[in-house]
Ligand binder design. Sequence first.
Ligand code: APR
Length: 247
Amino acid sequence: MTNALQQAITLLQGAKQICILTGAGISAESGIPTFRDKQTGLWENFRAEDLASIEAFDRDPKLVWSWYQWRRNLVIDKQPNPAHYALANLEQWAINHNKTFYLITQNVDDLHEQAGIKATHLHGHLWKNKCSQCEASYDADNDYTQDMLLKCPLCDAYIRPDIVWFGEMLPHDEWQLAEYAVNNCDVFISIGTSSLVYPAAGLLQVAKRQGARIIEINLNPTQNPIIDLVISGKAGEILPSLVSALE
Ligand code: APR
């Protein structure tokens, strides 16, 4: 076992409250491209940042809707990978050892849930829709090959994915829960996120300020100086080794 894994085990064994933040990197081994990977196929000339905003939707709702339908098609058959299952086992280990455990995710897929663990989703849900005006939730049919725009039956505005776009507020209850979890944790693990997008990325600073030890698991670590322990590599390889060594 590497020295870094051994140190992580010691930190987890001593923790009372463990808080995990995941990003797109945890789903990469399930075959879902990360955000800062170059886009492929039809969308290779677009940046995610230029499609995921209300300005982009107002300018060209069909383009943005088509991109999300394409992403839904890409994600629909994807399965959790060993990293998702290892986190479900880590939660169980924490419960068995009287530790409090919180999983916060920036991901809009539901692979954590498919692996049997409930996550607090800061950036919304790929499979949900809402009205772009009155915000009423909308159950679309599930044909993700259809690019046709849908309209709200209540106010006739376009339906959009229920996802937090650049420039939008995070959902209130989820953010409050995340802040509470981080404010009381003594170990914080950041997994597969570039930590470039705020306010989620700011949770690392919140954890650090109140004295938590920060661990990062990343294929290309972020070089953030506030991180106490970096474990470099694939989440789908590191997390199962870490969790099986705890058991
Ligand atoms: N294991 C661990 N880490 C990985 C793996 C892997 N197999 N593959 C990639 N990574 C890391 C990359 O090195 C990178 O640091 O995952 C990170 C992915 O970063 P981003 O693509 O920026 O994803 P994320 O941090 O989740 O993006 C945050 O940005 O576009 C918005 O709302 C969107 O939630 C998203 C937010």
